[in-house]
Design a protein around this ligand. Structure first.
Ligand code: DX5
Ligand code: ZN
Length: 223
């Protein structure tokens, strides 16, 4: 799939769930083509969000938008098929939750769905080096997972650079997604360091005007 990089990926975790169709439509009106769905189980992360039923509704509401599902759950392999059936275009699993990450990635790709690996801020990039040739995206957490509205962790910029170097030296072609605390003040710097997909939850859905904010973020991102 060809993407016009960089891409803004609004996270619906911050959306108004009593008006989800309205919020998503306003984000799409601003130019969003990618929706980030944060799945939380209250075990891997200290928060519970939503499941495949909501992802299926989001998929129906979002038309042609790309549905990116971020599994912040223990034992993700148990749920991959449910999220595939819900309409996911890409499913990311955390290395911290997978005893057999290569198998988990294959369990996603066998359904024709793109596979991502997510890593927490304190997890070394070198733990995912063996899987880089198999994944379509690496999710660099720029906050500790579990909640929207947190502050961006500044050493993420250096990690983006390191990941770009790993991609080039290994002749890989995965996307680099930055997830957490992205806003108008740091989105350009993230893109300039090499981020391909920028997740923004609060910055989009807590704005006074969602459509205007999406336009601003896309414009600020550059390229
Ligand atoms: C955090 C999630 C992020 C978060 C982004 O665990 O993975 O996607 O929802 O929200 P903001 O942009 O508000 O940090
Ligand atoms: Zn996320």
């Amino acid at each position: 799939m060809d993407f016009n990089l960089p891409i803004l990926a609004p996270s619906i975790l911050a959306a108004d769930f009593t008006n989800l169709e309205k919020d998503i439509s306003e984000a799409i009106e601003g130019g969003t083509k990618w929706i980030h769905c944060d799945i939380m189980d209250g075990h891997f992360v200290p928060n519970i969000s939503f499941g495949p039923g909501i992802v299926n509704q989001v998929s129906k509401i979002s038309g042609e938008a790309f549905i990116d599902v971020h599994l912040m759950i223990e034992e993700p392999d148990k749920y991959i098929l449910q999220f595939v059936d819900a309409g996911s275009d890409l499913i990311s699993v955390h290395i911290e939750t997978c005893h057999h990450l290569h198998r988990s990635v294959q369990n996603i790709k066998k359904y024709g769905v793109m596979a991502g690996v997510a890593i927490n801020p304190a997890t070394s990039l070198y733990t995912i080096e063996p899987i880089l040739s198999d994944v379509d995206m690496v999710v660099l957490m720029s906050v500790n997972p579990g909640f929207g509205g947190q502050s961006f962790i500044e050493n993420t910029y250096e990690r983006i650079r390191e990941l770009v170097d790993l991609r080039e030296s290994g002749e890989h072609n995965f996307l680099i997604q930055i997830d957490g605390g992205v806003n108008l003040n740091n989105i350009k710097k993230n893109a300039e360091h090499g981020a391909d997909v920028l997740v923004a939850g609060s910055s989009v859905f807590k704005a006074d005007n969602i459509t205007t904010r999406v336009l601003e973020l896309i414009e600020r991102m550059g390229k």
